[in-house]
Design a protein around this ligand. Sequence first.
Ligand code: DLL
Length: 433
Amino acid sequence: MTISMQYEPVLDEAERLSREQIRDLQLVRLQSAVRHAYENVPFYRAKLGYAGVTPEDIRSLEDVRLLPFTTKEDLRQNYPFGMFAVPMDQVARVHASSGTTGRPTVVGYTHKDLDTWADLVARSLRAAGVRQGMRVHNAYGYGLFTGGLGAHAGIERLGATVIPVSGGQTTRQVQLITDFEPEVILCTPSYLLTIVDAMEAAGVDPRSTSLRVAVLGAEPWTNEMRHELEERLDIDAVDIYGLSEVMGPGVGNECVETKDGPHIWEDHFLPEIIDAESGEPLPDGEHGELVFTTLTKEAFPVLRYRTRDLTRLLPGTARPGMRRIEKITGRNDDMIILRGVNLFPTQIEEVVLGIPELSPHFILELTREGRMDSLCVRVEHAPGQSVESASPFAKVLAKQVKERVGSSVGVVVEPAGSLPRSEGKLKRLYDLR
Ligand code: DLL
């Protein structure tokens, strides 16, 4: 167990608002956000018109439910700039999602949007325990991905020192951490795992570096992975959440003093949970798909955007005015349906990390024999083990997955270092069907 840093939390004005004050602010902002989207984006005008809704119909926060959903497919169909709500000469920057299938989705920001984004990333980092004057090693990828540049601006806004490393070249990352002595690292959890291994390979004791905090996100990860990274690096590992369509990193962030799931920065974003199949809104506390309406964005407002992320809304703790989401451990897109049983890669991660003879490096391969789908977990053995010595634990893993998830999976123990390593968002699932 690492001991959480004894920082006094530093809160900005909005973080001190009561729940009631936040809701009042949200209603005023929601009304103007809906009007802005309606008046400036033909797509929203048409969609609201079709649903028989006008901006005047939004009289309470609950009236957000009158609005139709927006999906990734809607954004694709308006590629590249069709969803922008300001003329192009007011767009200061664009970013785009990688778009593994089909067209990427393009998002835009005015100067004011960039300003808000920097403020919210600074707030996120402060919640994680980052303070003015600290050195921050930023290993999120720079470029069209929102991670690198989004985090960069927030680090500067906070008054910390940014080391803009971007992703990749892992040996050099280790060298820079050793030489520049940053207190903070920002990257995906899977890439931090790659970096820790590289430290060990270079003869650097990961627990002895200058690092004290890691702000990790951009992909699902479990509390088991948090404990693994905190133990191995002697740090606090804190969760940062966000998505390009809503802004980028910093839509919400965990507070280091509680580490109980990201608080959503509700002065700028209105979250909802819906039933992923029926689209029906669900009460707080129930599991479903996370949906966002942006309250202040100028260039790229979204109304009821379906994230495909699965979680639930919980009351605020360290920031009582804003609700939290439970740590996101699954996306609709990642769900594997194996002979009728739903399974998420993070459920396998939880089990793998509980078996010391196995390493946290694993991939999932989905194959089909005849009409039957089967899933194979390829997992590397832990350091100090061999394929022979760790192989009996393949059975242990398969048994625990069967008990906890209800699916029968195959398990193959692989030599250390044989599986692909993450340099950003990890690809866990290989669909070979
Ligand atoms: O990944 C933004 C980001 C960058 C967040 C750096 C945090 C840190 P996209 O590439 O648009 O944006 O991917 C967004 O990544 O819908 C989630 O499925 C997943 N995701 C992001 N943060 C988390 C997290 C960035 N903390 C998609 N936990 C989202 C789980 C996350 N999943």
